[in-house]
Design a protein around this ligand. Sequence first.
Ligand code: KG4
Ligand code: ZN
Length: 345
Amino acid sequence: MANILGIETSCDETAAAVVADGREVISNVIYTQIPTHTLYGGVVPEIASREHVLKINQVIKKALKDADMTWEDIDAIAVTYGPGLVGPLLIGVSTAKAIAYAKNIPLVGVNHIEGHICANYLSDGSLNAATQNIMKPPYMCLVASGGHSHIVRVDDYTEYTIIGRTHDDAAGEAFDKVARAIGLGYPGGPKVDKLAREGNPHAIQFPRASVGDSPYDFSFSGIKSAVLNYLNGAAMKGEEVNKADVAASFQQAVIDVLVDHTVQAALDYHMDAVALAGGVAANSLLRETMKERAEAKGLGFHCPKLIYCTDNGAMIAAAGYHEFMAGRLADLYLNAVPNLKIGQR
Ligand code: KG4
Ligand code: ZN
């Protein structure tokens, strides 16, 4: 049995967790900086770094305490070293290296996106073992967050192949920009999700763009511009817009594309199951729609619990466990890599 302490500081959550054997969450502590950044309408990197410095030690100590463990119980420390904001990443990496050195504990560097994917393996005892749907590779995973939108074939616990990618905005970024345009504020995803429940998803026809000749790639800047044009057009004519209809129609357009491309990729690559990962995987309509359309094609479906969709330390510990078992340890030269790619070593 291996207990991994996962540390995550790539953006605006300071998080640490202890996970056993890459699956069982023993503790999970998340300090979110969202209220601080809300004042500025988005994440301010310098402020994020400062907040991480102030909170990281407390968050790690609490993760150990909640797990009822000491450093002797920890087999490895896993830390996000990219992709993300360089300042925030450096706080996590430096802290992890300092502890690894001082306590003589193995260190593992984790790719944040691979961490999101590994959230699919987490369980936390809130379901009984018989009803737990245990996820195992291979499967096709849609990773959609504030910075990334990829369709990834998960060949094994540490083997990934990118099948599709966005050519411009990430899905979460489109949610955040549209939310700002209709006056919902930051972070936009959950707010659009909530308002869309009161609107008609078929009220306005926004484009569902395909790009180039890859049937699995995405483009969200067209949908976003169409929403902005619609809002400007209405403002110029002095017409009142139904914000709930705009939110619902935009969300439906994005989700149709995300789901159709992922299900098609799973079928074309002969996968048995699809999974969701990343902050946008918390979207209620995306979860429902992916499940429906995947199951209609005879595919299995899995998504992490809501708390493990957005940034957290447990997913980093889960990914770190598999790197640790594969013997891929980091040394004290580990550095932040802000543009780290999936599968890059
Ligand atoms: O994975 P995450 O916490 O951070 C990144 O790695 O980017 O994802 C944050 C993104 C934001 O763009 C946020 O608006 C979006 O995920 N998000 C959602 C929902 N919850 C978070 N998007 C749509 N619906 C949601 N319920
Ligand atoms: Zn993330």
